[in-house]
Design a protein around this ligand. Structure first.
Ligand code: 9MR
Length: 370
């Protein structure tokens, strides 16, 4: 496949490079910016990992700042990391992310206050409702309170639903009952009055789970508690993106009066025998499970590009309802899909390759606006 050559530096360095008569540099051009391209439509976000938040590589920092205007920490604000012991919080990396956002004009979505996964290990030792409620209350008050006015928004509750729309069996459901979602939003609203509050899940564009999600949103609102948006994570599979369900979901969620966001977008190209993003689920490796260790074949690359093009066409069609599209990683090397549900595979789910070069999917997405 013929690919355009792009310069990865910006500003003066890019000018010098493009004026050199090197064979590649001569024809190279600056990479168009996703955030600028969709500036009038919706925010463009990325998940950020430790190294990126730490600004360990200046070229990566510059690249993130040039492409994205929103970011979600991939892990560092999860309770296991930010609240490792009963009475100990570790805000170091989260504080760094706030500084990063200010410096580079990137709005931060806090992820996530209440989630059944990546909980601090001390939770396993708790076997009574009173202590779970104390953890729940203190955690939300402390973390949401600290970052009020500093983050744009919080994923207040993450992945509380089963595929059939019923409530997932979690430690919170077990000890606090099914009002825990409303209670989490109530506490977040008190602690963070200046912060937008979202419910986030995967597969909640699927009809049964969507119905459960809509019921949750209605229940929160009926209790007089604020919920500003719903996140559809968007962990989909190449050639199987559920466009109809996605469009239906945008319309139905928006009709409830909440903003709709695509919060963890990636399109898997590797084989998998189940749908969704339940991090607890695993697969065993076999001879076929890592089919593209060197490069993605053109047929798959083209299907990936077509899927992204059609997705963004849909997002643009409903830009009055869709407020943000966040990719779950900056480039293919960063993606969690290289290690889930099987460790050590080579996946290609994003718009930028392992060297931050735009893939055909990127060209298709940008071309929608040109
Ligand atoms: O991408 C995250 C990965 O680095 C972590 O190991 C994993 C652990 O639970 O969580 C991943 O992010 C998840 C997100 O927080 C919630 N939705 C599903 C995401 C992919 O598993």
């Amino acid at each position: 496949m013929l690919l355009k050559k792009y310069i990865l530096t910006t500003g003066a360095a890019a000018l010098v490079l493009s004026s050199l008569s090197l064979p590649n540099a001569a024809s190279a051009q600056k990479i168009p910016s996703l955030k600028d391209t969709f500036k009038k439509d919706f925010g463009i976000g990325t998940a950020m990992n430790n190294a990126q938040i730490d600004e360990r590589d200046p070229a990566t920092t510059a690249f993130i700042a040039s492409q994205f205007n929103m970011a979600t920490p991939e892990n560092i604000m999860k309770s296991a990391l930010i609240h490792p012991k009963w009475d100990t919080y570790n805000f170091e990396m989260a504080d760094k992310l706030i500084v990063f956002g200010k410096k580079h004009n990137i709005k931060i979505n806090g992820h996530t206050l209440i989630w059944h996964s990546q909980l601090p290990s001390f939770i396993r030792g708790i076997k009574n409702a009173d202590s779970i409620r104390t953890f729940f209350t203190d955690h939300i008050k402390t973390v949401a309170g600290r970052y009020d006015g500093k983050v744009l928004s919080w994923d207040v509750v993450n992945e509380a639903l089963n595929e059939d729309g019923t409530m997932r069996k979690s430690v919170f459901l077990q000890y606090l009952g099914d009002d825990f979602v409303t209670e989490a939003f109530r506490l977040a609203q008190q602690a963070a009055p200046k912060t937008e509050l979202y419910y986030n899940d995967y597969n909640n564009e699927q009809p049964a789970k969507r119905a459960g999600c809509m019921a949750l949103i209605k229940k929160i609102k009926a209790a007089g508690v604020r919920i500003d948006g719903v996140g559809i994570q968007g962990h989909w599979h190449v050639g199987k993106v559920p466009f109809k369900d996605i469009e239906e979901s945008i319309l139905q969620y928006a009709a409830l009066g909440v903003k709709v966001m695509f919060t963890e977008l990636d399109i898997e190209v590797l084989p998998r025998n189940f749908q969704g993003a339940d991090v607890g689920q695993r697969m065993t490796a076999n001879a076929q499970s890592n089919p593209y260790p060197e490069a993605l074949p053109d047929s798959v690359q083209n299907q990936l590009a077509a899927d992204y093009e059609n997705l963004f066409r849909l997002f643009l069609k409903h830009k009055d309802k869709v407020t943000r599209v966040t990719f779950w990683g900056v480039n293919d090397a960063d993606s969690w899909l290289n290690n889930w549900p099987i460790r050590g595979r080579t996946s290609y789910p994003l718009l930028f390759d392992r060297k931050n070069q735009p893939k055909p999917a990127f060209e298709k997405v940008i071309a929608l606006k040109n």
